[in-house]
Design a protein around this ligand. Structure first.
Ligand code: GLP
Length: 242
């Protein structure tokens, strides 16, 4: 794995953009992620679109996950998140955007999602990481071989994400639909971004821990093309030189 350690969040976003830029070309398929970690990268992508005219007309996207039970127009759905933070600001076509559905026949939705990804392999999958080492919503204990599936969210994850739902007087959903680890591993390249001390344990597990379902991100050690872009706080527990 290639590891880039940055001074701050702004530098993470710029370094991650340099990696992403290679894939902002007609015909490419981007795997995208939600959370606060990739927002700066999305800002760089929007700036590049505005200043350099990089077009997304022939680019397809597949998002990692979605909460179960939230209507797409809910302010905290990942559908809304992606539109507000990226899609509304670039020239991507709505029909080229794919986000798992957290409504309707979930099993069938998950199966169809994996089929679409098999037909349009992801060139680069962007990932954040949960403080417990989850990627997408693959919580600790998730078997490595699962494809897109419905999962229960851990209390720690619901607590991490409560900051978005509390002001609405709502509770964090208890389930999500997520690409599985097997789906994520099929991507040709992976780009993971993380910042802050609360990610240090997860980053240690990702880069230097054993490959174990207790730290789902550790499976990326078995992927041939991974770039990890973090700040010093997130890299605080690392022992090796990068
Ligand atoms: C959520 C998402 C993950 C994301 C994680 C970290 O649980 N499902 O894809 O990586 O949060 O979020 P943040 O970047 O806000 O710390």
């Amino acid at each position: 794995m290639k590891v880039i350690i940055c001074k701050n969040y702004d530098e993470i976003s710029k370094e991650a953009f340099k990696v992403m830029k290679e894939y902002l070309k007609p015909g490419k398929v981007l795997g995208l992620a939600t959370g606060s970690s990739p927002v700066g990268l999305y800002k760089e992508m929007i700036k590049d679109y505005e200043e350099n005219g990089t077009s997304y007309k022939d680019i397809k996207t597949f998002n990692l996950d979605e909460y179960v039970g939230l209507p797409v127009d809910h302010s905290e759905s990942y559908y809304t998140f992606m539109h507000e933070n990226l899609f509304n600001h670039i020239d991507i076509k709505e029909e080229n955007i794919h986000i798992p559905s957290g409504l309707g026949d979930l099993e069938e939705g998950c199966r169809a999602y994996d089929q679409m990804i098999d037909e349009c392999p992801v060139d680069i999958q962007l990932l954040g990481i949960g403080s417990n080492g989850h990627i997408g919503f693959n919580e600790p204990g998730t078997p490595f071989e699962l494809g897109t599936h419905v999962t229960d969210l851990k209390e720690s994850t619901r607590k991490d994400n409560a900051r978005f739902f509390d002001p609405l007087g709502e509770e964090v959903p208890t389930q999500a639909c997520t690409m599985g680890l097997a789906t994520i591993m099929k991507a040709k390249n992976i780009l993971l971004v993380a910042n802050g001390e609360n990610k240090a344990k997860a980053i240690k597990g990702l880069l230097e821990g054993p490959v174990t379902i207790d730290c789902p991100a550790s499976i990326l050690q078995n992927h041939p093309s991974v770039t990890v872009v973090i700040d010093e706080a997130a890299g605080k527990l690392l022992e090796k030189e990068y």
